[in-house]
Design a protein around this ligand. Structure first.
Ligand code: GCU
Length: 394
């Protein structure tokens, strides 16, 4: 493969993708699926994101509000409480769902997490205010529609896509320590271990619990469910996609370090930064790698490969050096060899970063847009263009 020296900075020391721990070269998709993929999944689980529990003892989905006349009539809105009980611990999480009214057959669905509460994505007054705090420094809920610029609902729904979302703080507060009335508190026995259930783990696990419900709804096409997240929630979308093969496509928007970006480039955020500022996102074992970014026995391109042969789209922003755009691109591109085992050559076409605002679209996709770290209408439009290409012809 022709390699551009700058694009590949740091990649010469990458850990192997297609050689198993006992030295076997991985040459087929069966060998990948049965030998190498389980090895790597175990490494990322034990060393980075932490263990994932199974189902809680009880789980119940209750629709508490709905309207067929949402967003000026283009959508049907449903609000659902997911109530969970495990060994006497209980918690609940609210799921907000919009379905496109114009589509008569089951729709593709974006399943996402949001930063500020379901009520912050839209100005619709019926959306329940999330009373749980998103982070320990929050004093009160965010104002309604405070994050609406990140959620161009009319665009998404008018293109025939459904959207479902939950708030990060409704699942697990974004801070150190954990209260008992959240998803981590359902499984306290998974805390006192070095591969503990982490906050990114809890966010990702709850995406799968929402999926358990959503994939059974007649208005949704279970073959076209996309998990999407921005930044820390992009790291989460990747981890959810790795663990749950029911996600047909995984979209990482500006996920950066601990997400799409290669760690050993050490450009932008490092493992030391992640572990100092957000240790609880990951399991305790991850602390071992502080200062060892360049010698870690695993790296994020292997995480991308764990999603193969499903679709991955990675997006970066030009002014988001903290997330290392080239590291995000390179990681996805280097995962191509696993897609090849599945008969998908050049899953991400090209070996060089494309110019800004020129999305690469093939089996996988990538773009770098102008501007800062954010989730914008441009990003959504690019995801929809990419998904339309696959879904409208499948
Ligand atoms: C911080 C953090 C990043 C994270 C981002 C976000 O900048 O260092 O790792 O992706 O917050 O979630 O917005």
């Amino acid at each position: 493969m022709a390699q551009d020296k700058d694009t590949f900075k740091g990649s010469d020391t990458l850990p192997q993708l297609l050689v198993s721990e006992n030295g076997q070269e991985i040459k087929t998709s069966d060998e990948w699926q049965n030998i190498r993929r389980p090895e790597l999944l175990k490494v990322f689980t034990e060393e980075m994101y932490g263990c994932m529990p199974g189902l809680p003892e009880e789980i119940k989905y209750t629709v508490f509000e709905s309207s067929t006349n949402a967003l000026g009539g283009i959508a049907t809105r449903k609000q659902i409480t997911i109530s969970m009980v495990n060994k006497g611990n209980l918690t609940s999480v609210d799921l907000l769902l919009y379905l496109p009214n114009s589509v008569k057959k089951p729709s593709p669905l974006f399943l996402t997490l949001n930063f500020k509460g379901n009520h912050a994505i839209s100005d619709e007054p019926e959306i329940k205010i999330c009373e749980k705090m998103m982070a320990p420094s929050d004093k009160e809920p965010y104002p309604r529609a405070n994050a609406s610029s990140r959620w161009p609902l009319k665009l998404i729904l008018s293109k025939g896509y459904a959207l479902a979302t939950m708030a990060r703080g409704d699942i697990a507060i974004d801070g150190k320590g954990y209260p008992t009335n959240n998803v981590l508190g359902l499984f306290p026995e998974l805390q006192n271990r070095n591969d503990n259930f982490s906050t990114i783990g809890a966010w990702a696990w709850t995406l799968s619990r929402a999926l358990d419900y959503l994939e059974k709804q007649p208005e949704i096409n279970p073959e076209q469910i996309i998990v999407l997240g921005h930044s820390r929630l992009g790291k989460t979308a990747l981890w959810a996609g790795v663990n749950d093969p029911r996600f047909t496509a995984v979209i990482s928007n500006d996920s950066g370090a601990g997400g799409a970006a290669l760690s050993r480039r050490m450009l932008g955020e490092t493992i030391g930064d992640l572990c100092k500022n957000f240790p609880y996102w990951f399991c305790k074992n991850f602390q071992k790698y502080v200062g060892h970014d360049k010698e870690m026995p695993f790296d994020q391109y292997q995480l991308m490969a764990l999603i193969a042969p499903r679709h991955i789209y990675v997006a970066s922003a030009q002014d988001d050096a903290w997330a290392d755009p080239e590291g995000e691109f390179t990681s996805l591109m280097l995962a191509n060899s696993v897609f090849e085992l599945y008969g998908i050559p050049n899953a991400l076409p090209g070996t060089k970063m494309p110019s800004v605002n020129s999305p690469l679209r093939w089996h996988n996709g990538y773009h770098m847009r102008t501007g800062k770290h954010d989730l914008t209408e441009y990003d959504w439009q690019s995801y929809i263009n990419f998904l339309d290409k696959h879904f409208k012809h499948e």
